[in-house]
Design a protein around this ligand. Structure first.
Ligand code: 5GP
Ligand code: ZN
Length: 121
């Protein structure tokens, strides 16, 4: 957690959720990550898996994180998707304007609870 606080960006929305300065519907917290409900859910289950440490996107995170941190983040997202209890789930990471990223602190979307189409829009 001290690591996360050291890397905190004072202007970042998800850093403020990590530090509880802004409330969120938290469903899990591990040594390296927090999971909370997306405020505008796009599926019956829509969770965000967010590293405690600030990184703007997946590229920045993977360039600076230990391999186990990346693995732990995906393992946590997979656990959340399985626990949602449906017949499958989807993990989405948007990076950059073309992908529609709006919050520049890495987050894995975990979507579950309905059938989804492919390709995404
Ligand atoms: P992105 O577009 O960057 O991939 O996803 C950002 C996500 O964060 C969106 O799905 C949006 O609904 C969610 N979000 C934005 N602001 C808040 C907030 O204040 N609280 C929560 N829980 N989710 C948020
Ligand atoms: Zn941040």
């Amino acid at each position: 957690m001290s690591d996360a606080l050291e890397s905190r960006d004072p202007h970042c929305l998800f850093c403020k959720i990590v530090s509880k300065e802004i409330p969120a519907a938290e469903v899990a917290r591990t040594e390296g990550a927090i999971v909370f409900k997306d405020v505008h859910p796009k599926a019956p289950t829509h969770l965000l898996v967010v590293p405690l440490r600030h990184a703007a996107n997946l590229g920045e995170f993977t360039a600076t994180a230990a391999n186990h941190e990346v693995g732990d983040l995906f393992a946590l997202a997979s656990k959340m998707g399985r626990e949602a209890g449906g017949d499958g789930y989807r993990i989405v990471v948007n990076e950059g304007p073309d992908a529609g990223q709006t919050v520049f602190h890495l987050h894995l979307h975990v979507l579950a609870g309905r059938a989804m189409s492919w390709p995404p829009g």
